[in-house]
Write a protein that binds this ligand. Structure first.
Ligand code: AMP
Length: 420
């Protein structure tokens, strides 16, 4: 019997796994430069945290959670997203009693029982950033910029930014009522009709063409904003424009989670087919209160690492998949005695800060040199019995095939010089 990774999951293996590490780092880099601190929360939490924080009416909570009872009889859920956990951690540790906003970033896997397809997995990775405890349009704009810079840092040029506002607790109820009135008059199936009563905004997000066709004249939240929300949104937009970030107003943009208020945004990439969202976020002023905390107006995003890699592939940014050096130096020992000496030499090189590997197993010169070539190393060190007797080693430049003999005692320094 042979095992496969569970449906909707996959393994990252070399050389692509190196890309994915680099993507996580690049997406987080702008936030780190802006003073966001690293937070790591458990992969599982109390089920109630997500039920309350993400919202009972969302697809995530109602259909997609990996929930189980642990041996202590607690209901536990593998995290489907990062924000609720970050807010929980901030409240638990009283971080909101210090300087505000609390700025945090995270990187981790998320779990959703979704219909698996390209770009939509049951186990996927997000890099996220959150700024908690401040209501300031500059903070919304900062986060949007940091995400845009993350994509740009990877060389992506096809990421589009969509921006909208969802209003606040003052103006949202009026809009909600107007939207419900409009939706109730449409020809919709039972499940969708039920959704109108629980979460009408979500109906706007329905991707089915027969639903979309009927939504053409739906009331827009922008026409129902209170003065404060209007001014807030204008300021966010104006800061984005002033910093040279291109965006499109998308009055239909609502997001799959219940906790969003005011600014919402999404980054999409047209090379990805139906799962085009590479990242998204927004303001969630009510979330802290929903999970029992004080008022803590906050804003944040989560960027999908897996889809970012697909987007890079679509733009041809990963073309030289085989290229890339695994190590700088590769040892080729010939004979038992040489193997022991090479083991020590490779250790010395690594301790000196170089990356190095050597041939393992009983391989002849030809097989070992093949390994050197595959390692992507710039230099091979060939050590035979005659070299050992002379306390020397053959240093071969694998790009020019030029070979020179160097004393064993000096090889580490010589190589360090070549790579400095
Ligand atoms: P969300 O937490 O739903 O706002 O998602 C934020 C980002 O995470 C999305 O824009 C996607 O890039 C990514 N994402 C969400 N769900 C999945 C999934 N099932 N598989 C892969 N990536 C996902």
């Amino acid at each position: 019997m042979s095992f496969q990774a569970p449906k909707g999951t996959f393994d990252w293996i070399p050389p692509r796994s190196e890309r994915v590490l680099a993507i996580r780092e690049a997406l987080a880099a702008p936030a780190r430069r802006a003073g966001y601190g690293y937070v790591e929360t458990p992969v599982f939490e109390d089920t109630a945290l997500f039920a309350r924080g993400v919202g009972e009416s969302t697809d995530i909570v109602s259909k997609e959670m990996y929930t189980f009872t642990d041996k202590g009889g607690r209901s536990i859920t593998l995290r489907p997203e990062g924000t609720a956990s970050v807010v929980r951690a901030v409240l638990q540790h009283g971080l909101h009693n210090g300087q505000l906003p609390v700025k945090l970033w995270y990187s981790g896997s998320q779990f959703r029982y979704e219909r698996a397809q390209k770009g939509r997995y049951r186990h996927f990775w997000q890099v996220g950033a959150e700024a908690l405890g401040a209501e300031d349009p500059a903070l919304d704009a900062e986060l949007i910029l940091l995400a845009a810079d993350g994509y740009a840092g990877l060389g992506l040029t096809g990421v589009r930014l969509l921006v909208n506002t969802l209003g606040c607790k003052e103006c949202r109820p009026g809009y909600r009522a107007a939207l419900q009135e409009f939706l109730r008059a449409l020809d919709l199936d039972e499940a969708t009709r039920a959704r109108i009563e629980i979460n009408p905004l979500r109906v706007l997000d329905d991707k089915r063409p027969e639903v979309q066709a009927q939504l053409a004249g739906a009331p827009m939240v922008v026409d129902h904003l209170c003065g404060a929300c209007k001014a807030y949104h204008e300021e966010v937009r104006s800061l984005l424009t002033a910093s040279g970030v291109a965006f499109t107003d998308d009055p239909r943009l609502v997001r799959g989670l219940d906790y969003y208020t005011r600014t919402t945004f999404e980054f999409v990439h047209d090379g990805l087919g139906s799962q085009s969202a590479v990242g998204g976020g927004g303001r969630y002023d009510g979330l802290s209160e929903m999970i029992g905390g004080p008022s803590l107006p906050s804003v944040g995003w989560a960027l999908g690492v897996d889809r970012t890699l697909l987007a890079m592939e679509a733009e041809g940014l990963l073309a030289d998949e085989s290229a890339g050096e695994r190590v700088q130096v590769y040892g080729v020992p010939l004979g038992e005695e040489a193997r022991r000496r090479m083991f020590l030499l490779v250790t010395e090189l690594r301790r000196a800060g170089l990356t190095a590997d050597m041939s393992f197993g009983a391989k002849g010169l030809k097989g070992a040199m093949k390994g050197a070539g595959r390692s992507g190393a710039r230099y091979a060190l060939v050590l035979g019995e005659r070299d050992l007797a002379a306390q020397a080693v053959q240093l071969k430049d694998l790009t020019t095939a030029e070979q020179t003999e160097v004393p064993l005692a000096e090889v580490a320094d010589i190589l360090k010089g070549k790579f400095s």
